[in-house]
Write a protein that binds this ligand. Structure first.
Ligand code: MN
Length: 233
């Protein structure tokens, strides 16, 4: 038996809909600028004919269960919501073709990529890493995972409200790089593994929250995700 200096931190996991087992988390991948209208609102339009998708990662420890209340995070005055469809990988794959990408899919979830936008934009514009803007404690919010093995979601409403007021409303058929393309491309860089979540990007309408706000988002046919913003600590 391995003896550790201190108790190791537990593996992060998410409930699966209709099943007693939980989905254990390996890695958290995020696609950047994957809806045209969001890319434009960020001042960085995308030309798919000459660009490839790009990614950032967050530590698995940033995972946060839907329904949580999280403190407004430190060192920001512009904490943003980003509503995203999440793909849960269930089988290993490396250099997977688009035609076979569906074979890796375990299911889908509704997620929030909470972001310190002020710090992200400073980092972006200075050519620095995005970690302080993106790898925020409790910022990778995820609903239960809905098993849909081998199924590609091509369309469906994606929307978010803050305190009941609609802020984001789009359709996952507007993804610049769709689910097949993302899995195939990401698998060129990483040996994808069961437990890898891919947040597929947010549509337009991102914006700030303040303590007391309640965020409600959903991907039609998948799940709802909620988050309440608590006071800063
Ligand atoms: Mn995002």
């Amino acid at each position: 038996m391995t003896v550790y200096l201190f108790k190791p931190y537990p593996i992060q996991s998410i409930p699966t809909k209709g099943q007693a087992v939980r989905y254990p988390i390996n890695r958290l991948f995020f696609v950047g600028r994957n809806y045209h209208a969001h890319a434009v609102e960020m001042g960085k339009p995308v030309d798919k004919s000459v660009e490839r998708p790009f990614y950032f990662t967050k530590a698995p420890q940033t995972l946060c269960a839907s329904g949580s209340t999280v403190a407004y995070p430190p060192e920001t005055s512009n904490f943003h919501f980003e509503m995203e469809m999440v793909v849960a990988i269930g089988k290993p794959g490396f250099r997977v073709s688009q035609e076979k990408a569906h074979e890796l899919i375990y299911g889908y979830a509704a997620g929030l990529d909470m972001t310190r936008r002020d710090l992200q934009l400073v980092a972006r514009d200075k050519g620095r890493p995005w970690d302080l803007g993106k790898d925020v404690e409790h910022s990778s919010v995820c609903s239960e995972i809905v098993p849909m093995q081998g199924y590609i979601i091509e369309s469906g409403a994606i929307a978010l409200e803050v305190n009941g007021q609609t802020k984001q409303s789009s359709d996952v058929n507007k993804l610049i790089w769709n689910v097949r393309e993302i899995i195939a491309d990401l698998s060129l860089f990483y040996h994808l593994q069961p437990g890898d979540l891919i947040y597929t990007g947010t549509p337009e309408g991102v914006g700030p929250v303040v303590p007391g706000d309640k965020i409600t988002g959903r991907v039609a046919g998948v799940a709802e995700v909620t988050l309440t913003i608590g006071a800063a600590k």
